[in-house]
Ligand binder design. Sequence first.
Ligand code: PHB
Length: 390
Amino acid sequence: MTKPTMGPALAAAVALVLAGTAGADTIKVGVVAPFSGPFAMYGKQFKDAIDVYVAEHGTKAGDHEVQFIYKDTGGPNPDTAKSVTQELLVKDGVNYLAGYTFTPNALAVAPLVDQAQVPTVIFNAATSIITTKSPYFVRTSFTTPQVAGPLADWAIAQGIKTVVTSVTDYGPGIDAEKGFVKEFEAKGGKIVDSIRMPIATSDFSPFMQRIKAAAPNALFTFIPAGPPAFAFVKSYSDNGLSAAGVQFLGTGDLDEETTLQGLGDAALGIHTSFPYSVAHESAMNTQFKADLAKVDPGAVANFASVGAYDGTEALYRMIAAGGTDGDAGLKAVLGASWESPRGPVSIDPKTHHITENMYIRVVAKDDKGQLINKEIETIKDVPDLGLVSK
Ligand code: PHB
């Protein structure tokens, strides 16, 4: 039997009907992230989390059908971020924007977002200043000072007195360094060296030698999650820093769960601070992981997943309340609070940034022998310490 084909008239009619269903009351959301290249993890985690949210809540926010349109930046490429955002605004006519993994990409689109007056939910980019660049930004991830401050306090409480900081030399790294140093020194700790590493580096041996030579009680580090962060942790053990008694303190970007098993036993005992651990014990996190397994069997959740999942919650709240009226949407989310797989969260109406618990975690093994970020201490309701202190 031959397959029936549509005549041109019928095809045109179908196209019209489809256009009709995706017409007046469909709200379009443009999602900008790396879907290719070494940081493609983010795009996948974002899309999976959106799919989970939609599977749980349906395709409608209030009365509005929601359509997501994805664009690839390939990584930290501000020019590409700008051009795909422009395309989403002008060609696709999106009503809302979301995603943005890297600080330079988020900063590059601030003038576009501001001019178009399109609410934009940052799913990841973690430099404090971003949300001050347009009132249309809302952020559901974390900032590096928000993560680093509580870790500095914890370090002091453990009797750690001397630290070398080593961070990637761009926005979130510099913010992480400042956030850690400020808190650590205020409590009597001493920074014996501060290293800023180029963003493109993946050979960390020279830095490890420098840290080893300074012989601090601990190192503190931030590197954006991805292959360089993984290489840094490997380098820490390969260069014998652990054996030399230098403890590892970092933001949770360093040992995020999509690559955690690959770090192997060398990662046991490293301490990080972060808003989300896959091992977080709550009914909501259990449900989130089960629903993720349904949309993408074998997928591992991580911080990027909850950044996007809560970001989608923010988008649905805005769309339900405001529809095409972005300003009305924005109002509905500022000050809002909800339960997340990471714990309780709220959106600070002043900073447009998420207030959330920070967890101090240690890499340990669960009863199946898998490496986990085991939460050992909770610091409740932490705001963006970077903006608060400015
Ligand atoms: C950022 O560029 O702001 C950024 C990227 C990746 C991270 C954290 C922050 O893991």
